[in-house]
Design a protein around this ligand. Sequence first.
Ligand SMILES: [Zn+2]
Length: 715
Amino acid sequence: MECVRVKLYTPTGIFKNPLSVKGIEIYSLPPYSTIIGLIYRAMGRKWNGEYFGISVQGDYETIYRDYVWFKKYNFDKKKLDKLPLQVPILYNLQLLIHIKASEELLKEIESGLKEPKELLFLSGGEYPVKVEEVKRVKCFEKFFSEEDNITLNYHAYIPKEFKERISFSGTGEGILFSLSYFYRNPQKPKTYSWIDVYYFQKGTEIYGSLILDEDNNPVFLAEPVVEESRRAEEEYVRFYAGNWLMASACVGALKVLENAGEDIGKFVKEKSLTLPKELWQRLPDLYAEYLLKDAEHTLRASYEKEKDKSKFNPYNVIILRSLGDFYKNSPFTNPALSYITKLKGVFIENIDQVKNQVKSSFIEGYEYFLSKVVGTSQTCFFCHERQAKNYVDATTFTPLFASLETVRNFIWDPIPICKECEFLLYFASAGFYRSAGKYLFVYIPDDLLETYRMNLFLSTKEEIEQEKLGKVWSVVRYVLDLEKQKSSWILQNIYFVEIEMVRDATAKIYSFHISPNLAKAIRELIDHYPKNLQDIFSEFLFYIYTRRSLYEFLFLLLSGFFRKESYENLKDNTIDARIIRAGRKMRYLSSNLLFFINFQEVLNMNEQKDYINWAFWAGRALKRLYNENERTQKKLEPLTYRLLEAVRRKDKEYFIHNLIRAYLEVEKEIPYFFKEALDDKNFSMIAYAFLIGLNSEERSKAEEATDEGATTESA
Ligand SMILES: [Zn+2]
């Protein structure tokens, strides 16, 4: 068999689906449709219905999160709005593509890529793509036993069918992605067919029946998808948790089903949720029951509070309160709709009767919802399966989508959705954990059941700490304890999605994730977190989740400690102010503060962490020399201030200058170590460790053990 092998290089690449605009999801390699699009642009023509086999592998140096400008047109204000949005970007991406096609098509592809008809870009990339190689290669099949397995040199998409023929050792099962493939319909509205593939990281060992090219690169050809006919699946309604939004909806639905006593495990497989038709039809009922389950207290309390009883509406108290933030003016929440207004002024006497009234209004809302249909021939974006009956808009999920009438964005065309998926999205509000006006969701892209468990953990865990970061922490802890992660890609992809309602229909959506380095640092070091600084543990977490440098954290802490007087009247209750206050409360410094330096350097992947202890002990030795006579003793404090200032300014020269003077003061020469090790990369690490050493108190081991170093006043 002959293939065309293509090597591509681009400095940056962003591969996203429409829901990734909030910086939440990316593909680790471009989906097939992106590569196919690039090939046809190179050939200077449109796809004309021809299919071919394609294999996509690649490698990148790192992932960054960066801002891109997202434009949308506001019809009301008649102006173009620009929003900065955070997106993950793959840097220095190299792609290895194999194409198998008819001789005629191969020739056309070959000459197209050798002399492209236009400048080639990969979606979202700022820089043109460089075609580094276009070559005919012979491919052959070969069997490998477990003993003489081969190692993947690139990350690879391995089609589901292909995967069944081969075995893997080491890093687990791979991650299931659903990728856009060839067009199903190339005319507008364009629709893609979708293909299930597993993503495997480079380094994975594989064996079994493999196809190799003549340079021993494995080739994983995705064959054209044969449109599956509608099978006996008719008895089921299937959903696909292929993005965080649908995943949160599935989790919400699972909570509702569990509440109804269903054994939910049997409905979930990998990323899909499959419900028997009969159960699906009962879902509106079950949802109403779920929302009403602990309603009695809430209803009575808000009835008592209402001064004008004729204005009291139990529907709004129960349903609107739960769904209002996410589904503004929807069939379930628009307060002007007749089946909602008719409950106005209902008296609370027979509580069951009131609950029934709320429930039947909710069901009427469902019927009205079903009747709202927009004609379209497109396939649903969310399930890739059923015919769309509507487009998503602000009522479907207010925090993310705009109203189609007033604001149109230029990033994607209207997203078509089927009635089933549209209704399921109303369960997202049950999927998110709500606390103090904020919503939090944990998303593990390849595993719906684990996503469900993780979110259950959020909502049922004892409410020790209301704070969201504390909540996140409990999940992180749980994940690490389980050591569930199959690969670092998975770990990087445990996303926390947080939604904060800002105004009525405006929300901020944040996401953050635990990078492999962060997980490593947590796993290795978190038990050494200084016990006397428990009060600011949340602040510490905020720093690491948001990737702020712990040297900034340490600077605030030390500033509080060294300049107790200047912060006497600090009233702010910001994160930074709380850190300064914790510094003020410390009675003395000890080596336990080196924790923050160690932690940061694990994040920085610094191999030279030995310097930390070295610098600390150098600082302590200098302190001892200063304390030998009164004249120099007095100079310790001003020296500390000058060094702290040098650290703040990141001024290495000023730091060394003061250091030389300091050693001269005690008639010593500056240790050679500083000249050797104090480079830009290690400056903060060494400078802070030295400063801590210079101001730390010598304690016996026994004292430190009982005392945990510096203690707060209250201890
Ligand atoms: Zn659908």
